[in-house]
Ligand binder design. Structure first.
Ligand SMILES: NC(=O)c1ccc[n+]([C@@H]2O[C@H](COP(=O)([O-])OP(=O)(O)OC[C@H]3O[C@@H](n4cnc5c(N)ncnc54)[C@H](OP(=O)(O)O)[C@@H]3O)[C@@H](O)[C@H]2O)c1
Length: 308
């Protein structure tokens, strides 16, 4: 099988770093990895993770998903501009009451999470069409399938990603181009740290007392519990992403965390939307103790299984 060139965005940390390093260290040497980041000053952790593969099966290049010129320069620097697999991973998070978030901050988030993807796809798609081959792999989220309290804008950006890919996939298929949305649940990365750091500092004076209380006293502690109980490592997500890339017939969607499947299944079980709506409401506001206890049991089971 010929070596495939895989371009990954957002490789300074987390999932992007893990995907790039895992692909570069592939025992069968099936990939040439172009690991990109917007700030090359942050290349240290990736260089360390890449080890011997650095400058052999992995090269590091600058790419800012919010800048068309930067994307063009990066793609133009590749032999024949060839990208066989695009892993669009760069993304940012945002949590909190809507009233406390500025429209500018929301636009910035969409500029990275949604328009970043659109810019990248616009740049690689014409060449993929011409070659009649390619694979567009997009780091979405379970929040691209099911919205979550206080994640309104982030979730909306991932819904946009899902709608974009679902629409594009049909046209792409005509040109033998595959499309895959990878949908992780919580993953322990810088993403989580940055999100909680900004949440702790958030000025909640823009919202009413009850909303501020729900966010601080209910949502944040729960969300942290969920991260400790149900999260995956970036390496686990990377392993599954590689499986998707090497699959003979890659799926349009791949959820990485089985625990989240019932949550997304609720939506398909009831087209009126009432079932997931009432389930989430009860889980958060009525049966919070049961929910908390369930998370405790899951944590225990994971510890016993030697996972944590
Ligand atoms: N962690 C989770 O729980 C989770 C769950 C589901 C989905 N995801 C998705 O997974 C993806 C990766 O997130 P992560 O968890 O690995 O978070 P992370 O560790 O914070 O990594 C995000 C990466 O995106 C980069 N990035 C941000 N804006 C960029 C831009 N304009 N151009 C290029 N790169 C940019 C960051 O670079 P800098 O270092 O320069 O900021 C960083 O390399 C995101 O799309 C996220 O939405 C994460």
């Amino acid at each position: 099988m010929a070596t495939r060139r895989v371009l990954v965005t957002g490789c300074s940390s987390g999932i992007g770093l893990a995907v790039a390093a895992r692909l570069a260290k592939d025992e069968l040497r099936r990939f040439k990895v172009v690991a990109t980041m917007r700030d090359l000053g942050k290349r240290g952790p990736l260089e360390k993770a890449a080890g011997d593969s650095l400058n052999k099966t992995l090269e590091i290049k600058e790419l800012d998903a919010c800048c068309e010129t930067s994307i063009k320069e990066c793609i133009n620097s590749l032999p024949n501009r060839r990208v066989d697999v695009l892993v669009n991973n760069a993304g940012v998070g945002m949590i909190g009451p809507l009233e406390c978030q500025s429209i500018d901050a929301m636009k910035e988030l969409f500029d990275t999470n949604f328009f970043g993807l659109v810019r990248l796809v616009k740049e690689v798609l014409p060449d993929m069409k011409q070659r009649q081959s390619g694979h567009i792999v997009v780091m979405s989220s379970v929040m691209g399938l099911q919205g979550l309290l206080f994640n309104d804008v982030y979730s909306a950006s991932k819904f946009a990603v899902e709608g974009f890919c679902e629409s594009l996939a049909v046209q792409a298929m005509k040109f033998n181009i595959k499309t895959t949305l990878v949908e992780p649940g919580p993953v322990v990365t810088e993403f989580e740290r940055k999100m909680y750091e900004s949440a702790e500092k958030m000025d909640l004076s823009g919202t009413d007392e009850e909303t501020a209380r729900i966010f601080r006293e209910l949502y944040l502690p729960y969300s942290k519990e969920i991260f400790t109980s149900l999260s995956q490592t970036p390496e686990e997500v990377a392993e599954q992403t590689v499986n998707v890339i090497t699959a003979k017939d890659p799926p349009l969607r791949h959820q990485t965390n089985k625990v989240y499947m019932p949550m997304t299944a609720l939506k398909h079980a009831d087209p009126t939307g009432q079932l997931p709506l009432h389930t989430f409401y009860k889980m958060i506001f009525k049966h919070d103790r049961v929910f908390s206890a369930t998370l405790g049991v899951l944590r225990l089971l994971q510890r016993r299984a030697g996972k944590k």
